[in-house]
Design a protein around this ligand. Structure first.
Ligand code: GRF
Length: 203
């Protein structure tokens, strides 16, 4: 089986990109990061990509009249099999979703369907968890649909909420769990000969 060609779309730090890229370098990973896209020219994700010689593009409403079409075209040009959004603060547009139907996944720092949807990103998520009194938070990897955080969940892992947690301490513990779960899911997709035909569009 050829390697699964993965693109990562991110807006900020890019720590999930780094975790995924490092996992891709392990023997028999069966996936490789072929493209990084960011809407933020100053993002850590673009810097990481350039430092590691991964093809990178800055595509946003500032650089393109139609960022959805620009993203779709870049993904097609790089023969991408699987798109991973990790800390991407924009919605994936309808053209990209239709071209890559069922092949776009996102990592969310909570146990969906709890604490997802518009405005639920970054520390807002962890603050909402603490205010809800939930004793457990976690990570969800899910398919991307037209609504924020609403697509089918693929995998989740729980992370305990500890007494005295702040949004920052909880967020740091959850982020660490993201760095394991996301590569695990991508590795599983790359190895699963039954899942792959459904997820792969390229012969
Ligand atoms: C992660 O918590 C991710 O779940 C969320 O945004 C954060 C991105 O972190 N959607 P990073 O840019 O990968 O470090």
């Amino acid at each position: 089986m050829p390697e699964l060609r993965v693109a990562v779309i991110a807006s900020h730090n890019g720590s999930n990109l780094r975790a995924l890229h490092q996992a891709s370098l392990v023997a028999n990973a069966r996936f490789c990061i072929v493209l990084v896209i960011s809407n933020n020219s100053d993002s850590g994700a673009l810097r990481y990509a350039r430092d590691n010689r991964i093809p990178a593009r800055h595509l946003s409403g500032c650089t393109h009249d139609d960022p959805d079409e620009a993203i779709r075209a870049a993904l097609v040009e790089h023969a991408v099999d699987l798109v991973v959004t990790a800390g991407y603060l924009k919605k994936i547009g309808p053209r990209t979703r239709s071209e890559f139907a069922a092949r776009i996944i996102n990592v969310h720092p909570a146990l969906l369907p709890r604490h997802g949807g518009p405005g639920m990103y970054g520390r807002h998520v962890h603050q909402a968890v603490l205010e809800s009194g939930d004793l457990v938070s976690g990570v969800s990897v899910h398919h991307v649909s037209g609504e924020y955080d609403a697509g089918q969940v693929i995998a989740q892992v729980e992370v305990p909420v500890r007494s005295g947690d702040t949004a920052e301490t909880l967020g740091a513990r959850v982020l660490e769990a993201e760095h394991t779960l996301l590569p695990d899911v991508v590795r599983q997709i790359a190895h699963d000969s039954t899942a792959r035909p459904a997820i792969r569009a390229h012969p």
